[in-house]
Design a binder for this molecule. Structure first.
Ligand SMILES: Cc1cc2nc3c(=O)[nH]c(=O)nc-3n(C[C@H](O)[C@H](O)[C@H](O)COP(=O)(O)OP(=O)(O)OC[C@H]3O[C@@H](n4cnc5c(N)ncnc54)[C@H](O)[C@@H]3O)c2cc1C
Length: 330
């Protein structure tokens, strides 16, 4: 894949000539990638696309449905020298109220799974919901993803974040991830290449984009048993974590030896509120959009919690949530 003049020239401007778009000033403009029905739109609000339900518009936004459209979108942004932001299910993101400049590529329509009974490997496209993959594996009696059932992200997001729960994580079963590189090539990265540790991989802050992931699972168990164990994981989460209000799950990484939630709870911050953002009563490492929160409310509350924890415990909590765009300094 190369960035060609022909590509740029063939780009069709659907409603008007491509203007210089200022974020926060959405305009009805769509560009169609040549030979596809894939529209790149301007000024698309990101609030409904993140689990916090906050955030301003993307300067440019695209949601490709197949790999060729993803590649063309990537190529388009590179040819225009635009910054690129990857959005999976948006379940670990805090997007600024001012929105994001450049192109936001949303992977959630890139869905497919292939279960290979010969090898016990399952390959899923980047936008496949992790929860759906976990249930599909359980229905076949394939073990190894039961822990993932409460994580509302995509397979691509999980590979980047090394998402995990119940003492298991993505790296445990990941065999390899295919990544699209800025030069248009596809690399196959193994678990070792990805440099995994707690909620971390080399892909965080990287320009490469995960297109698919292969996991090695254990086949041959009784599907009813794997389904029951998966359901048990889900029940346990629902009884200990607040799923009824928009959030990003745990806001902070857990420092050792204590969990971030415990440190926050001990200094009486449960229920603390800034604007529409509240530290959850049920789990102090969750911040909830308890109605009408702005991204800035959530950001201010994150900084406040960090400040109070540092004041009391002399340690700085590190956000697990990815904070994107401009925020008012505190
Ligand atoms: C209620 C709730 C519970 C949660 N519980 C857990 C939990 O138990 N354990 C846990 O680990 N997390 C948990 N999370 C957080 C979140 O679901 C995970 O971090 C998840 O892996 C994020 O996936 P995503 O698709 O939503 O990624 P996003 O939030 O969209 O993106 C996360 C990061 O990955 C990048 N990214 C996404 N897709 C790609 C791609 N294809 N290629 C390259 N980069 C990409 C983004 O640019 C961003 O930097 C929870 C969230 C919520 C809302």
């Amino acid at each position: 894949m190369t960035v060609s003049n022909h590509f740029s020239q063939a780009l069709k401007v659907a409603s008007s000539q491509a203007p210089h778009i200022k974020i926060n000033q959405p305009k009805e403009t769509s560009l169609y990638l040549p030979g596809t029905e894939c529209a790149i739109k301007s000024g698309v609000s990101l609030a409904s696309l993140t689990s916090f339900k906050v955030g301003g518009p993307a300067e440019w936004y695209v949601a490709p449905r197949q790999l060729s459209e993803l590649e063309a979108s990537f190529e388009w942004a590179i040819s225009k020298d635009l910054p690129i932001t990857l959005l999976g299910a948006g379940s670990n993101l805090l997007v600024s109220d001012r929105g994001l400049s450049g192109l936001v590529i949303c992977t959630r329509h890139l869905r497919s799974t292939h279960f290979d009974p010969q090898t016990g490997q399952v390959t899923a496209a980047a936008g496949e919901p992790l929860v759906r993959l976990a249930w599909q594996a359980a229905e076949r009696g394939w073990q190894g993803l039961e822990w993932a059932v409460g994580i509302p992200g995509t397979v691509g997001g999980a590979a980047v974040m090394n998402a995990g729960a119940h003492n298991s994580c993505t790296a445990d079963t990941l065999v390899n991830a295919h990544v699209l590189c800025p030069d248009g090539s596809i690399q196959v990265l193994t678990r070792e290449d990805l440099g995994y540790s707690y909620r971390t991989s080399i892909l965080q802050g990287d320009k490469r984009l995960v297109t698919q992931v292969t996991f090695q699972l254990e086949t041959g168990a009784d599907p009813a048993t794997v389904m029951a164990s998966t359901a048990q994981h889900l029940r346990q989460r629902h009884s200990t974590q607040p799923y009824n209000k928009p959030s990003c799950g745990s806001v902070f990484r857990n420092p050792k030896p204590h969990a971030a939630g415990w440190l926050i709870e001990q200094i009486g911050l449960k229920g603390h509120r800034i604007g529409g953002a509240t530290v959850a009563e049920r789990h102090a490492n969750f911040i909830l959009n308890s109605g009408g929160a702005t991204a800035n409310d959530i950001f201010q509350l994150i900084r406040y919690v960090q400040y109070k924890v540092e004041e009391h415990w002399s340690l700085r909590l590190e956000p697990e949530v990815k904070i994107l765009g401009d925020f008012q300094p505190v």
